[in-house]
Design a protein around this ligand. Sequence first.
Ligand code: X2X
Length: 335
Amino acid sequence: MLTRRFSSLSATLAGAALFCVALSAQAREYSVSTVLSADFPWGQAAEKWAELVEERSDGRITLRVYPNSQLVSGDQTREFSAMRQGLIDMAVGSTINWSPQVPELNLFSLPFLMPDTDAVDAITGGEAGQMVFDAIESRGVVPLAWGENGFRELSNSKLPIDSPDDLDGLKIRVVGSPLFQDTFTALGANPTQMSWADAKPALTTGAVDGQENPLSVFDVARIDQVGQKYLTLWHYMNDPLIFAANQRVWQQLPEEDRELLRQAAIDAGQWEIEMSRDQKDERLEAIKSRGVEVIELDETQRQSFVDATQSVYETWAPEIGQELVDAARQAVESR
Ligand code: X2X
């Protein structure tokens, strides 16, 4: 009797163990961190990735998206470290937010390096892009594909800005990398670093006068409602997104699942890049229709910003790596 009970118990346990093994081969779930939610193209990129993976794995692999930097308590500059440590399995993250841990990513924040989207594509799609991916990989995270947060434009509550002089003494909210401190200091402004979570309250109270973000972010987050009346289209930098995974998570995946995840990331990234670029004109119209004064720069005005920020290259090219900066410049020239 006793023996029979034992054997039925061990049979149950064995069954449970088998079930677990089968389950792990069958259904797996991974966390994916993003800063912005699915109201924004950025969050939509992550959702698209999850959707494609769900579909192509017949529901075996689930990517669960956690927006608003919630897995790092709102501190977007800790996302890369958290992914490296395995607290986060995967992320669709911004080069800006990861640059404190991967100095090479400051490349994209060099002011006026990329005049248009062809320049962005020439960098990300060429040798420089591969060098950036190698730099990420060497720091313990596996990069999979590119997306795009977009060209960052300058807004403020005080005056129409069309020359560096206009920025004199303005308090500007900037993101994670110290490079932005240097850029805005070079322009005569007074930069303050803070997370996205803190940015809107700081704009609302007037603790800061201005900020910089892509048109999609300005539009969706209704930045005009917190007193940002002037928007200067200076396209001073573009903020690519990178789909990536924790190294251990990646190594534990069977080869065919790696391929599935990578290809889905590439497809989701391409989809998001095209969509957000296509939406640019309607975003601008929507922003204008809400009463924001939009300032476009002519070539001379733009050049005055380029000239004023040259010192940033001297300080930051050695941090980024001269070879990478040269490869990027080469890509831009021959685009
Ligand atoms: O914080 C920002 O400005 C944002 C949302 O654009 C980034 O995460 C880089």
